[in-house]
Design a protein. Structure first.
Length: 118
């Protein structure tokens, strides 16, 4: 059986392009604890340069990706300073088997969506 790994990417649906420069943190969640296990920044294609959770570090369980959307939206001029509708976007999900999981973020200043990709 092949090991598992996790990838992600960010698409800017308002501008119709990959979202470069988005900081992403990955946390392992268990009970009442959050433990940061990885951090990456998206490249020009809106993807991380390597899996955010590579095969050797993969464990089944509950995880949370936190996307620093507010910093990106400010940097691209899509929102003004002050209180943002979307700032940090957390996505909590479970990985129950050793497989490739892909959790993308489709982002605009006033909404987002995600899915289990391939």
């Amino acid at each position: 059986m092949a090991g598992g790994w996790l990838t992600t990417h960010v698409l800017d649906t308002a501008r119709g392009c990959p979202a470069a420069g988005v900081r992403i943190m990955l946390y392992r969640v268990g009970g009442n604890s959050h433990r940061k296990i990885a951090e990456a920044v998206t490249n020009a294609d809106g993807r991380t340069d390597a899996p955010i959770l590579p095969e050797g570090a993969f464990r089944t369980g509950t995880y949370e990706l936190v996307f620093c959307a507010g910093d990106y939206l400010r940097a691209t001029g899509q929102v003004r300073e002050g209180v943002l509708f979307l700032d940090e976007v957390p996505i909590r999900f479970g990985m129950a088997e050793e497989a490739h999981y892909h959790v993308p973020l489709l982002l605009s200043p006033f909404g987002y969506s995600t899915y289990r990709g391939s």
